[in-house]
Design a binder for this molecule. Structure first.
Ligand code: ATP
Length: 236
């Protein structure tokens, strides 16, 4: 049984068909990359899984449970967390407050405090800046905060939307090494990235979306060596 199974998903925004008949699965322990041009429907797919948009058609299941109509906070409780595109940290709240917010579905305040301490160990720069307003952090630090905030719900599946967006290459490498560590520690990851080559190099499998529909899928390593993929999606 796959951890996440998307079957025949379609999502519309008014008259715009953002996702058309998409099926994909993410197995426990995998990093899976979703690539495609701007507007291909990648963000919409993640938002359908976290139940921020309503599918017009299709079925979503997580850990064997149908979540097609489950409320967004319940999906978080079941073990799915999203780090959104553009990070969307609360700029006028402290780092610490942002992390507390990420733990909103948790029952025990003591557990939340303990996990915040663990986040400061994993992301020392967030620890040093715990009382700083999130809006004053650098782009890379804000991305770390967005990931740490998502981790506060102790997800089994982490949805990462464009974690490298707007970051300097050295910071991008740092973010990707964090992604690898999280996966080594047992977190399954569905990753949306513009930086296709890098993301494919760090993932087990890749799906390619075009105009809302899947056009290719396969093992990332094999796809990186496939002439068709190189020419069509990776600039030769
Ligand atoms: P990007 O990398 O630019 O975020 P994407 O692959 O994530 O692209 P989506 O953001 O999922 O693509 O958008 C898919 C399609 O749906 C696009 O045509 C987009 O213009 C449209 N769309 C997205 N959000 C909305 C919305 N809130 N209202 C109307 N149309 C939308």
């Amino acid at each position: 049984m796959a951890l996440l199974e998307i079957e025949n998903l379609s999502v519309n925004y008014g008259g715009v068909q953002a996702v058309r008949g998409l099926s994909l699965r993410v197995e426990e322990g995998e990093v899976v990359t979703l690539i495609g041009a701007n507007g291909a429907g990648k963000t919409t797919t993640l938002r359908a899984v976290s139940r921020m948009v309503r599918p017009r058609e299709g079925r979503l299941s997580f850990a064997g449970r149908d979540i097609t109509r489950t409320a967004p906070d319940e999906v978080v409780r079941l073990g799915v967390a999203q780090s959104p595109e553009g990070r969307q940290v609360l700029a006028r709240q402290s780092v610490q407050d942002n992390l507390e917010l990420g733990g909103y579905t948790r029952k025990s305040a003591a557990d939340v405090r303990a996990d915040i301490s663990r986040m400061y160990e994993r992301f020392p720069r967030l620890g040093e800046r715990r009382n700083q307003l999130a809006g004053t952090l650098s782009g890379g630090e804000q991305q770390m905060l967005a990931i740490a905030r998502a981790l506060m719900s102790r997800p089994r599946l982490l949805l990462l939307d464009e974690p490298s967006l707007g970051l300097a290459p050295i910071i991008v490498r740092e973010i990707f090494s964090i992604i690898r560590e999280l996966n080594d520690d047992g977190t399954t990851i569905l990753l949306v990235e513009q930086n296709a080559r890098l993301a494919m190099g760090q993932s087990h499998r890749t799906y390619v979306l075009e105009a809302g529909a899947l056009t290719l899928e396969g093992e990332s390593a094999a796809m990186l060596n496939d002439e068709r993929v190189l020419h069509a999606y990776l600039g030769g």
